[in-house]
Write a protein that binds this ligand. Structure first.
Ligand SMILES: *[C@@H]1O[C@H](CO)[C@@H](O)[C@H](O)[C@H]1NC(C)=O
Length: 303
């Protein structure tokens, strides 16, 4: 009887420590940010958050959520350590655009997060597999160049600025967007981006100070490695050990659909993180649909 009580006591202490860690939303100067329009990408964001914490980062993680996100989803995100901020959607000014692009201009709001010195934006369909805290050394604006000439807005480093945000808002209806979305807009806004120099995180402080501050810098592919890159040759076109961020860009094939593991080998990386995350968190025990999902992922690993 006594041992039962002390065992209970032990777990109460553990839970108290865990919840103190979760609730202590200590504010940092820098933050990781993602955007959630509805619950269908919830699992993506949760695994992304887990993957960031797995790299040892203690930076704030902010989830910007719009009205389509349920209270339940918000609760889970908070429990995972995300700071949840509500935002209203920025209407897409383009009349010719894919239907699902209705609110994508909302992403521009990260330029308005002036409470932070710097933010690293990550799409909900990315995961971090190696520390990317060095990205906060980017000066004003960093992103990847894809297909040799297009800026990809899936991973971006932004120095929030009211003047840049206001300027962008004033141009939203006039600047051309080749995608009909935020990415096309940003390509026109940062039209000189293909000529940007490569971001060098290991530059010494002295070298950093003597150089003029670049308006934009280009990130190595390692910070935004497309599974498309993998599919081409059935192996990563970059050194697998150096990979930092994997981006699951293949349209409807998202890693949270457990069956995609048969199609895409790099999905395994995502699923292992998900599996570990949900065995640790209590939702595994209390949420039926998650339990089914986790079980099916587990079965996949057994077969
Ligand atoms: C930009 O940020 C300011 C200050 O936080 C806020 O008052 C304003 O509503 C924001 N603008 C938009 C369009 O979200």
């Amino acid at each position: 009887m006594k041992s039962l009580v002390s065992r209970l006591g032990f777990w109460v202490v553990v839970l108290a420590i865990l919840s103190a860690v979760n609730c202590g939303q200590s504010k940092t100067d820098d933050a990781y940010v993602t955007l959630l329009y509805g619950d269908e990408f919830l699992l993506g964001v949760r695994v992304l958050g887990k993957s960031i914490r797995d790299t040892g980062s203690t930076k704030d993680m902010v989830a910007l959520v719009s009205d389509g996100v349920s209270d339940y989803a918000e609760k889970l995100l908070r429990a995972d350590g995300w700071i949840v901020q509500h935002i209203s959607l920025l209407a897409n000014p383009n009349s010719v655009r894919p239907k699902r692009f209705w609110g994508v201009y909302t992403k521009l709001k990260i330029f308005n997060m002036t409470n932070y010195r710097k933010v690293v934006y990550l799409d909900a369909d990315t995961i971090v597999i190696k520390s990317i805290d060095d990205l906060f050394k980017c000066r004003k604006f960093c992103a990847n160049l894809k297909h040799s000439e297009r800026l990809n807005s899936g991973v971006m480093v932004v120095e929030p600025s009211e003047s840049i945000f206001t300027d962008m808002m004033s141009k939203v209806t006039t600047l051309y967007s080749y995608t009909g979305g935020d990415q096309g807009f940003l390509n026109t806004y940062y039209s000189d981006f293909p000529n940007a120099h490569l971001f060098e995180p290991d530059l010494s402080n002295d070298a950093m100070k003597t150089r003029p501050v670049p308006e934009m810098e280009r990130l190595s592919t390692l910070y935004n490695a497309d599974v498309g890159l993998y599919m081409l040759a059935n192996k990563w076109m970059v050194d697998e050990k150096e990979l930092k961020v994997i981006h699951y860009t293949l349209g409807p094939l998202k890693p949270w659909d457990w069956w995609t593991a048969w199609l895409l080998k790099p999905v395994d990386v995502w699923q292992v993180i998900a599996l570990i995350a949900f065995f640790i968190f209590c939702e595994f025990l209390c949420n039926f649909s998650l339990r089914i999902r986790v079980l099916s992922i587990g079965l996949h690993f057994l077969t």
